[in-house]
Design a protein. Structure first.
Length: 75
């Protein structure tokens, strides 16, 4: 099984590349483990329809790994 990884970070957002089979809870747990958010609510997945996704899907196919998706999270 492929390992998840953090692909991008900023003060209030983060992108992760995770196995397609990961649940929302697994994605958030990975994000908090790798880069603790530090806010009361912690990392939250940027959901379908959010303007910040600019029309991209909530789980975007990774171009390098067929069994992985990219997910954006916000603080």
């Amino acid at each position: 099984m492929m390992k998840p990884e953090v692909t991008r970070t900023s003060v209030l957002s983060m992108q992760v590349c995770v196995p397609r089979s990961y649940t929302d809870e697994e994605i958030i747990a990975f994000a908090e483990h790798e880069n603790p958010c530090g806010t009361t609510c912690g990392w939250q997945i940027r959901r379908e329809g959010d303007e910040a996704l600019r029309g991209a899907p909530e789980r975007a196919q990774c171009e390098k790994r067929a069994d992985a998706v990219h997910v954006m999270l916000d603080a």
